[in-house]
Write a protein that binds this ligand. Structure first.
Ligand SMILES: [Zn+2]
Length: 180
């Protein structure tokens, strides 16, 4: 008996048919699956950041203001908590370092964006003209060679990585200094 018939008969009898997973020649690529896993973990982390709880985890006050959303996205506390913290920093004289830290954080996030854009550019760069059928490939006379682009991008990425490391160190130092 074919499995579909078997399932149909089972349904008619009021039973649940045997569950079958069709794989049909598809072999999962472990590297791709690992990449997908990382991607989904990053997505979950990002979504947690967007999903604002009803109460501030620090002071338990209701977070219902537009400004709460703003501070939640950046610092995961309510607006009042940020104001209180900033006031304490003004009093203990470390507000300037706190401002500097915020600038460094922006710089780091900008560098991280640029890094990703360069990686995408390098990965998608082609010095060949390929037709959709993939039948014949022609050298592109006007463009830069892919190897040359790769060298330039990789050198730039190294510089960016150094800058990102510097930013991390600065942020760590600034965080230690400006404790409310
Ligand atoms: Zn709060």
């Amino acid at each position: 008996m074919k499995s579909e018939d078997k399932a149909m008969k089972a349904i008619i009898r009021g039973e649940l048919p045997e569950k079958r997973v069709m794989v049909g020649g598809w072999i999962p690529d472990p590297e791709k699956r690992a990449a997908e896993k990382v991607e989904s973990e990053e997505y979950t982390k990002m979504m947690q950041q967007f999903r604002m709880p009803l109460f501030c985890p620090k002071c338990n006050r209701l977070m219902n203001k537009r400004l709460d959303r703003k501070t939640w996205m950046k610092m995961q506390v309510c607006f009042d908590c940020v104001i209180e913290m900033e006031n304490k920093l003004r009093v203990n004289g470390t507000y300037n370092q706190y401002e500097t830290k915020k600038i460094t954080e922006n710089k780091m996030s900008w560098l991280t964006d640029i890094k990703q854009q360069l990686i995408d550019y390098m990965e998608n760069y082609s010095d060949k003209l390929e037709f959709s059928e993939g039948e014949f490939i022609e050298e592109w006379s006007g463009g830069y060679k892919k190897e040359d682009v790769k060298i330039v991008v990789e050198n730039t990425l190294r510089m960016i990585d150094r800058d990102i490391e510097d930013c991390k160190k600065e942020i760590k130092n600034e965080t230690e200094v400006c404790k409310p």
